[in-house]
Design a binder for this molecule. Structure first.
Ligand code: INI
Length: 158
């Protein structure tokens, strides 16, 4: 019987792509900094001239799947992280954006076989988003951990 588990200690063999939405960038910048902090503390070079990490900015969460697809198809990355913040407003726009982002990201991940972490906060208001982006906890950190685990697991599965 084989048991496959991702490790958090094999980061030297990983190249990570991060796609970040600029919409609500008060939140997404905080998610990104939590993400980079976690990657760095697990041995990923996050410096400006790093060969282990690339970052792309898109206008909003709706565009995350397209650029995640480009990253995933490139063959350069073992894992991709998407970061966004979709905050409920007075119109149904919220539902359209989060639905397209979530369906698109999972479709791209399955089509390409590259793990793509769904790091899109979905909250009723800005206070909830701030709490998850650093006031209480920075989920960017968790998204990076999930990326390390999945990248390592997929390498083991070959
Ligand atoms: N994009 C977000 O990332 N979060 C939101 O809360 C949001 N809302 O609510 O409108 C949002 N809209 C922009 C959208 O993602 C696209 O960038 C835009 O529609 C252009 O395609």
């Amino acid at each position: 019987m084989a048991t496959f588990e991702g490790l958090f200690t094999q980061s030297s063999s990983l190249k990570v792509g991060i796609v970040v939405a600029r919409f609500n960038d008060l939140i997404t910048n905080k998610l990104l900094s939590g993400c980079l902090d976690c990657l760095s503390r697990h041995g990923i070079d996050v410096s400006a001239n790093s060969s282990q990490l690339d970052t792309a900015w898109v206008p909003g969460s709706f565009e995350l799947p397209l650029v995640a697809q480009s990253f995933a198809k490139s063959g350069r990355y073992q894992v991709v992280i998407t970061l966004g913040a979709v905050i409920r407003g007075d119109t149904p726009h919220f539902d359209v954006v989060i639905s397209e982002a979530s369906k698109g990201i999972s479709a791209v991940s399955r089509e390409t076989g590259i793990p793509i972490v769904f790091g899109v906060l979905t909250t009723d208001n800005m206070q909830q988003a701030l709490e998850r982006a650093g006031i209480k906890n920075n989920l960017g950190w968790n998204y990076a951990l999930q990326a390390l685990e999945l990248g390592s697991l997929m390498q083991k599965l070959g």
